[in-house]
Design a protein around this ligand. Sequence first.
Ligand SMILES: [Zn+2]
Ligand SMILES: [Zn+2]
Length: 278
Amino acid sequence: MDGRLTFLGTGTSMGVPTVGCGCAVCTSADPRDRRLRPSVLIRWNENGPSVESGSGSPHARVAVIDTGPDFREQALRNGLTRMDAVFYTHGHADHILGLDDLRPLSFTVFREGGPIPLYASRETSALLERMFAYTFSPHATYPTRAKVRLEPLGERTLVHGVEFLRIPVMHGEMEIAGFRFGRGAYLTDVSAIPEASFALLEGLDVLVVSALRHLPHPSHATVEQAVAWARRIGARTTLLTHIAHELGHEETNRTLPPGISLAYDGLELAVDLGPVNL
Ligand SMILES: [Zn+2]
Ligand SMILES: [Zn+2]
C-alpha cells in the first residue's frame, strides 16, 4: 500500500531558532534551518485510490507520531482536516504538549464515529492523564475538552489497514517507543538501540533516526552514532531528525555519506505501508 511520510518538525526540544540565540544556524536564511519540534505525519488511502489523489478522498487516513508544542502550526501548514490515530514515543514536553490542539480535529472525528485513539505506553499514558487531567479525568467537566481516548500501546497496532510496530529504543535511562510502518521506521530521541530491536528494522526503505549534534549528550545520539546505525540497518534512505542548532543543514549534509541526510520541516517522501513480515 502506498503512503506518504511528511516531516512536521525536525528540531530538538527547544526548536531552531532557539529562543535568545544569535548563532549562525539560528539566524540562517535557509528555511531548512528552521525546525519546529519533532513529529511526522503518515498518510494513506484505505481501500481506495492512490494516496497521490489527495486528502479530500473519503478513503484518506492520517496518523501522527507525537504532538509537540508546535502541533497547531504544523496542522495548519499541512492542511490537516482529520486524524485517525496518534502514537506517542514518550512523555517529554517537546513530544506531547500539543495534545490539546487535537481538539478541533477530534470534534470532526467524533461526529464520524468516536474519539481519536492515542496510543501510548503505560508510563506515557499516566503522565498524559496527570498533565491533561481536565481532559482525561473521569470527573472532568470542562465541556470542550478533546474527544480523545488513551489506548495501550501493544507490539502491533492496526490503524485502518496499516500496521504500526513498536520498536523499543533507549532515551538515556528510559525505554521509549520507536515505530515501524511498512518499509519505513521513525526512531526519535534515541541514545541506544537494543540488539533485539535491530531485527525489527530489517528490509527498510526509509529510516528516520534522531541525531542531535556532534557533541555527545547523555540521552541523544550524535550524528556519528546515527550514521553508524544507519549503515548497520541499511535502509535505502536515512533521514536524521531532532536536530539542534549546532547543525547547519547545507553544511552538515555535505559531510554525510550517500543515502543519509538531515531531514527538514515539510520534507515529504513515499513509503510502502504494506504488511511487515519479520
Ligand atoms: Zn525530544
Ligand atoms: Zn525526550
